[in-house]
Every structure is written in C-alpha cells, then in structure tokens.
Design a binder for this molecule. Structure first.
Ligand SMILES: *Cc1c(COP(=O)(O)O)cnc(C)c1O
Length: 368
C-alpha cells in the first residue's frame, strides 16, 4: 500500500471478499444473500462494492432510497435491488429503473398499486415490510388480511418477499425480545401463506442476526456492516476484516510554549513545551466535533496522538509531543488494526456512524 500523500479512503476488495465468504459460510446453501449497500455502501463506494459483489454472484442488493438504486443501475449493476425506504414521488423512477420497493404501509401499498396499474405492469416484484418490534417502518401483524385482499385485487404487483427487521440482534441481553420478533414474523408468514397460493421469500436477519440467530436466516439474509468488516462484538470483529482505511498526512508541525492555545475558541492550552501536528481532515470530511477535546485520536508511526482543541472544518490538530514524526509522515485515522469501532467508542458512537460520515470530499481508492 502506498503511503498517503493526502487524505484518502482506501477500500480493500480482498477484505470484502473475505467478509462475504465468512458470512456466507454461516448460511446453508439455499439461503440467499442480500448486500446492503445504502449510504455509499456504508461510506465506502457503492458502485465499486456492488460491482465486486456482483462478480461474486451476490443474489440481491438493498439501498435505502430510490436515487441510490438509480446510481447503481447507471453504473451497470443488473442484480435485483430492493429499495428499503421509498416515497411515493419515487415510484415512477423505481419502475423505470427496475428497482423493487419495500411497501411498508397501507398508503405506500395503495399508491404503488395505483402507479403500477397506470403503467400497465404485471406482477411487479414488491417486498412487504412488517414491524415486529423496532417500531420504525412496517405493517402490523394484524394487517395481513388487508394486504392479502389488496394483492388479490390487482394483477399489477406480486409480493416477492415478506420481511421484517430485528431491533437488537447484536445484544445478547435482548435474546428473548429477538426470539419473540422471530416468532411473530414466522406467524405473519404462516398467515400470509395460508391465504395465497404461493410462498413469498422470507427475510429478517441483518449481520448480527446472521451471526447470533441461525434460526432466523430463512430464505435470505440482509448484511451490511459485516461486509464492511464489523460484527458488533470484539469476538466477531476478529473474524472480519475492515474494508476501509482512512489515511492522511502531517501537513505541518508546530512547537508551542506552555500556555499557548491551539485552534478555534482557544479550546486547548499547552501544558508545557509541546509539539502539535496539523492534519488535513476535519468535520466536513466526517470527523465530527465530538472527537475534539482529546476524545478522538489518530495513529502516527503506530503511536496514538489525541485530537486537541476543536475539530475544524478542514483540519484537526493532534498532540505529537512524545511521537517521533515529521511533516509528510503518514497518519492513520482507522484501518484494519486501529479499528473504526474503537475510534467510534471514544465518542460514544458506533462503527456505522463513523464509516457513513466519511464525506464525498475524501478521495476513494480501490486496493486489492
Ligand atoms: C441497514 C439495514 C440492514 C443491514 O444491517 P447491518 O446491521 O448493517 O447488517 C438490514 N436490513 C435493513 C432493513 C436495514 O435498514
């Protein structure tokens, strides 16, 4: 790997292959694999990730919003794409670009049927989303009869799958709650199937569901974070490889006297004769101000350098008093060894937020 000469996010496709194979090894051979590539594939590069996974014969993709699916189609992705959170205004685009909507409420179901009928569609594939406890999106268990009656009344759409989402699959203390979600979802499916002459696919598990609840793998699983190298526990993290490494460079080094201050609002005061390094990455790149005031840190020559003072829009300053380093040296914000999950924990957040926050200003490089 080349030394960073500016702030870059390197995306390692070999690590992606490893994570995909690892997660797949948890499944039985009939269970399909959906890769969640929303939010630029968790802040990496959705097109490159999707192209690579398509080569590995992925079954399905999911994005949150319709325009994310359009970007994949524009890039030549031909695998089916589930849109998890569409709005009515997107329905025409969804049909034009062969995207498959999650239908999560009566309003959304009825509007989608209206549009598919107007567009003279036949059995357009849709995915019916049920709420089993997350209380975010989805029909209720008691809505099955209503949904079936609506579907029987039209030729224009067909429920290709029924799905729900686990609220706490990573949390062993919530096992009972999760098992209840699984049970409720299975009874929704039984009720649905008893009223139709075919079986839609069933899917419920995210990454932690795949790892912790084999009984919930069903016909397909939906993995996001695991593909990107995090398993929501130290034990699982050790089986996965972070695909992204965020690197930068020391732009300038300053030597400051005791009592001098660093950065906006003079938020850091030097405790003695100190050495600081200025690094070209700031909150506009995804390093939140939460990481200021010595909460967050970077690694320079394998040593930890805390972020001092306030995070600026385009820069951070770190304390390198005890680190042997020079202008031009490489800075690691996170990589496979210094994990994004550890940096996340320093500001009481999770790997998901750190990864997806890396803004589009940061150059992406694909490596193998
Ligand atoms: C984001 C998302 C996932 C992926 O979850 P991970 O924990 O990243 O594996 C799966 N299903 C739905 C509905 C989601 O919104």
């Amino acid at each position: 790997m080349a030394k960073a000469q500016q702030t870059v996010l390197e995306i390692n496709l070999n690590a992606l292959t490893h994570n995909f194979e690892y997660l797949k090894s948890k499944l039985n051979s009939e269970t399909k694999f959906l890769a969640v590539v929303k939010a630029f594939a968790y802040g990496s590069d959705s097109v490159e990730i999707a192209k690579h996974l398509q080569k590995l014969n992925i079954d399905y993709f999911a994005v949150a919003y319709a325009h994310e699916g359009v970007a994949l189609r524009d890039a030549g992705i031909i695998a089916p794409i589930l849109v998890l959170h569409p709005q009515v205004v997107n329905f025409k685009t969804i049909i034009e670009r062969c995207l498959e909507p999650s239908l999560y409420s009566a309003r959304i179901l009825n509007e989608f049927i209206k549009v598919t009928e107007a567009e003279k569609q036949k059995e357009y594939p849709v995915h019916i989303k049920f709420n089993t406890g997350l209380n975010r999106l989805g029909f209720w268990q008691s809505d099955v009869d209503y949904i079936v009656s609506k579907l029987k009344n039209t030729q224009s759409v067909k429920a290709k799958s029924l799905f729900s989402h686990l609220a706490a699959s990573e949390d062993k203390n919530e096992r009972e709650f999760t098992l209840n979600q699984i049970k409720d979802f299975k009874s929704i499916a039984t009720n649905f199937e008893s009223q139709t002459d075919y079986k839609p696919w069933l899917h419920l598990s995210n990454t932690s569901g795949v790892i912790n609840y084999p009984e919930a793998h069903l016909d397909m699983v939906r993995c996001g974070i695991g593909l990107y190298g995090f398993g929501n526990s130290a034990e699982q993290d050790s089986n996965l490889r972070p695909i992204a490494q965020l690197k930068s460079i020391i732009s300038q080094i300053h030597h400051i006297e005791k009592g001098e201050t660093v950065g906006y609002n003079r938020a850091y005061t030097s405790k003695g004769f100190e050495k600081t390094a200025t690094i070209p990455i700031g909150h506009a790149d995804g390093i939140s101000r939460q990481f200021g005031q010595e909460k967050g840190f970077v690694f320079i020559n394998n040593q930890k350098a805390p972020i001092i003072g306030n995070v600026c829009m385009d820069m951070i300053m770190v304390n390198v008093t005890n680190i042997d380093c020079n202008e031009g040296d490489e800075v690691i914000i996170f990589d496979g060894k210094h994990k994004a999950s550890e940096l996340a924990a320093s500001a009481k957040t999770i790997s998901y937020e750190i990864l997806t926050a890396i803004s589009q200003r940061v150059k992406r490089y694909i490596i193998y």
